[in-house]
Design a protein around this ligand. Structure first.
Ligand code: FES
Length: 101
């Protein structure tokens, strides 16, 4: 028997962090995007444990703005460029409130 209160909260959003590495020219991987991805995944998990909606954070292939990385796309939300570790909570806050369904 299951209790509805035991079920996890619904997923609020999916966020993609570009971790593409280009052999020539700028790329997100060359601008420390893997550190952003790992920190954002860890922070999303921490927030879910404290009552925030779950946000899935995944790596992505090139998003087409290689010189402006690290690049992050919130599905049904905004696109972020030059993302640093200090931006993670603001992006997760925005992901919890998608602009488009
Ligand atoms: S390498 Fe990330 S947008 Fe192209």
């Amino acid at each position: 028997m299951s209790d509805k209160t035991d079920s996890p909260p619904p997923r609020a959003a999916t966020v993609y962090v570009c971790t593409n590495l280009r052999m020539s020219g700028a790329s997100c991987a060359g601008q420390k995007s893997k550190a952003v991805l790992q920190a954002m995944q860890r922070r999303a998990d921490e927030r879910a444990l404290t009552g925030h909606p779950m946000v899935t954070v995944r790596s992505s292939v090139c998003l087409g703005y290689c010189g402006d990385g690290p690049n992050v796309k919130v599905i049904n939300g905004d696109f972020y460029h030059h993302v640093g570790l200090d931006d993670i909570d603001a992006i997760l806050d925005a992901a919890e409130k998608p602009k488009r369904a």
